[in-house]
Design a protein around this ligand. Structure first.
Ligand code: DUC
Ligand code: ZN
Ligand code: ZN
Length: 470
């Protein structure tokens, strides 16, 4: 089946230009003026923008945590992504089984119900010679990225020596290492002290995970990457200091890149002090308005390459069911930590919110050009994670993952509007201008206004190539 999208303004990471797009066999076959096709379905996009489908390189679906599980699984989370204009997501494989390969297989079995295209990064949360020897084989499974942690002692963290070894193996095998930067030792100590002093409230989540820990461990890892003569991607940047460190390392020729997420651009410890502050508990924590401003600046001036989400929703009150696809669903969530901030499941929803919220606050406010918006939310993640030009591009031969975006549509955003499977939205009541109208995945119309036309299992697993360095 062919589709001809006529009269829209195409926005790419480089430029904006009016053109028609012909889609055949799930791919973009032609881009040009006054295209004709006798047997194609015609879609009138006059007055609309045509964007490449969003690529969210950082989501957690069906993630077990603190005796519960994140409330979007691979179907519900990717359906929400589609409604928000995102057609590719990259999840994480938990290293729960003896080998990396078995962990990937277990993840594949859960992920195959995805409704948009998907891949995963491998969490490298243990390290020994056997694991080191297995890392290169990840490439054969199409997974070309590893995430390491400088926090979560005795759970997810590996030590600096092993991070250095990992960086060298990665360099030799075309793999990119991603870093979660916080100081695990300091967090352990401050948490123990806070609990002993009887502190129970959500703001203590931030107070026990100081910004300086993120700053020093980011610089430490950039230095390890420099010494290993390879690249590194810093996930979920949340502090002004990390922006400074990223800029410093890049100016010194270290091939490091960075990602931030909307929660770090808008929210602060003040939100954690609200009566419903548990809604904002995520790791790393939200910081201050100064950090918000510096992260925006980093995204605007090109220091930061991507805006992802770290989507990892939990119910605010998981004792009360919501209706999801007509059925009641309740999943234990933030209420687990009412008496103890260390038991609040860490994470916030966002995969659906990302494009409309960043469009209004970024492009609508003049902070970002439309092309910068596309670069940060689609093209750059596709390039860095080995998916370009199949994803993140409006080019002949690219997958026809296309968003017809109405730049004039006004929406008072919030939970009633949303498809993320949780009972709250961080942007409740925000006035947005600009919203996805139609979303195509490999040429199939999967979202048409409010209508869901996609399907469980309609997403494809993406075998990724070696990524690029931006
Ligand atoms: N941070 C969160 O807040 N949740 C899931 C994982 C992570 O890194
Ligand atoms: Zn992380
Ligand atoms: Zn994460």
């Amino acid at each position: 089946m062919a589709t001809l999208i006529k009269g829209g303004l195409l926005i790419t990471a480089e430029r904006s230009f009016p053109a028609d797009i012909l889609v055949e066999g799930g791919k973009i076959s032609q881009i040009g003026q006054n295209l004709q096709s006798a047997n194609a379905d015609q879609v009138d996009a006059t007055g609309k923008l045509i964007l490449p489908g969003g690529v969210d390189p950082h989501v957690h679906l069906d993630l077990p945590m603190f005796g519960t599980v994140s409330s979007d699984d691979h179907y519900t989370g990717t359906k929400a992504a589609a409604y928000g204009g995102t057609t590719t997501v990259i999840d994480f494989v938990s290293f729960d089984f003896p080998s990396l390969g078995e962990s990937v297989e277990k993840w594949q079995a859960k992920a195959e119900k995805a409704a948009v295209d998907y891949s995963a990064h491998m969490n490298l949360t243990r390290f020994d010679d056997k694991i080191a020897a297995e890392i290169p084989s990840l490439r054969d499974t199409g997974i070309t990225t590893l995430k390491v942690f400088t926090a979560y002692n005795n759970r997810l963290r590996i030590d600096d020596g092993n991070i250095f070894k990992t960086l060298r193996i990665a360099r030799n095998n075309g793999i990119l290492v991603m870093l979660h930067a916080e100081n695990g030792d300091v967090i352990e100590m401050l948490t123990t002290e806070a609990l002993a002093a009887g502190h129970t409230t959500p703001e203590w989540h931030a107070k026990t995970r100081p910004a300086w820990g993120a700053v020093e461990s980011a610089l430490r890892a950039f230095a390890l990457a420099a010494m290993a003569e390879t690249s590194l991607y810093l996930v979920h940047m949340n502090t002004a200091g990390e922006v400074d460190m990223l800029k410093y390392a890049r100016e010194h020729g270290v091939k490091v890149m960075g990602e931030t997420c909307p929660q770090y651009l808008f929210f602060s410890e003040d939100d954690l002090r609200r009566p419903d502050g548990a809604k904002w508990v995520c790791s790393p924590p939200v910081r201050t308005s100064v950090d918000n401003a510096q992260l925006w600046k980093g995204a605007m001036d090109g220091t930061i390459q991507t805006i992802a989400t770290d989507h990892c929703p939990f119910f605010y009150d998981g004792t009360k069911p919501i209706l999801y696809e007509g059925k009641p669903v309740a999943i234990p969530g933030k209420e687990l930590g009412t008496q103890d901030f260390t038991r609040i499941p860490n994470g916030v929803p966002g995969v659906e919110d990302r494009l409309p919220v960043i469009w209004t606050t970024g492009v609508g406010s003049g902070k970002l050009t439309p092309s910068q918006f596309v670069a940060l939310t689609s093209t750059n993640p596709a390039k860095i994670f080995g998916l370009y030009p199949r994803k993140g591009a409006l080019l002949p031969g690219s997958d026809a993952d296309i968003v017809i975006f109405d730049p004039r549509k006004k929406v008072t955003y919030g939970i009633v509007h949303c498809h993320q499977r949780t009972d709250y939205n961080l942007y409740e009541g925000w006035d947005l201008t600009g919203y996805p109208e139609k979303v195509f995945l490999r040429g199939q119309l999967i979202v048409d206004g409010d209508m869901w036309l996609g399907k469980r299992g309609g997403g494809e697993f993406l075998k990724r190539n070696q990524g690029g360095i931006l």
